[in-house]
Ligand binder design. Sequence first.
Ligand code: NI
Length: 287
Amino acid sequence: MPVFRLFFVCGLCLCLTEAAIGQANPPARSEPARSLSVPASPLPSGPKITFNSVHVEGPYVAMTFDDGPSATLTPKLLDLLAARRMRATFFIVGENAAEYPEIVRRAAREGHEIANHSWSHPNLSKMSDEGVRRELQKTDDAITAAIGVRPTLLRPPYGSITARQKSWINEVFGYRIIIWDVDPLDWKRPGSGVVTSRIVNETKPGSIILAHDIHPATVEAMPATFDQLEARGLKFVTVSELLAMARPSPPGPDATAAPVARPAAPPVQPPASAPAAPVVSSPAGPN
Ligand code: NI
């Protein structure tokens, strides 16, 4: 058939040409030219960029506090953490960091990790690349100006970010993208007792716990929350420390939780309906 022969000859020419320049798979020429747009998903395989939780072999968890610093609540929280020799991770809003650099400095000096939560808390997934780059760079600069060290982690506001954005942000800024697996929905102001019970019930080794140091009830909830998590034998580390402990997950569904050693505490299992962390989501609230 002439059409096939023509196709074969064209294909052969293409093969030879593309082989000569090192490309292995000539595309079928019956289709229009390959789209140059970057697919939204899936991510190319490579080092893991995004973390909702971490598979660890010890009883370690990371407390994270978003949206601060707050002029009054963050120092109060820092006092609580210092009294317990606990370290946490603060996902800082750049505007606030620029306003209260001394609080950011204090947090860093006391061993906490400072990370990027954008400049003005927009939904990054709906922004242009240039707009996102500005949001992240300004905050990176404000944190660096305050503490002399560049952040290495990003939490997108609302957990909302596309796979394509994650990839280029990781390339350009070197950030790993940190979501969470425990969300007490403290921004809905359910009261400190509910914040504590939600966190305690959902947390397991390797958890990344979301909270906000801009709500009074959240900070009020922390002493009981810390007490109860510690009673289960859990230990607090920064997110970067938790990531450094990451081990490959064992096969099988949800087989990631190592048992907590402390036998005196009643076992608290995460609910079957533990919410999946939104990676590309609509904003449900001020995360
Ligand atoms: Ni937030």
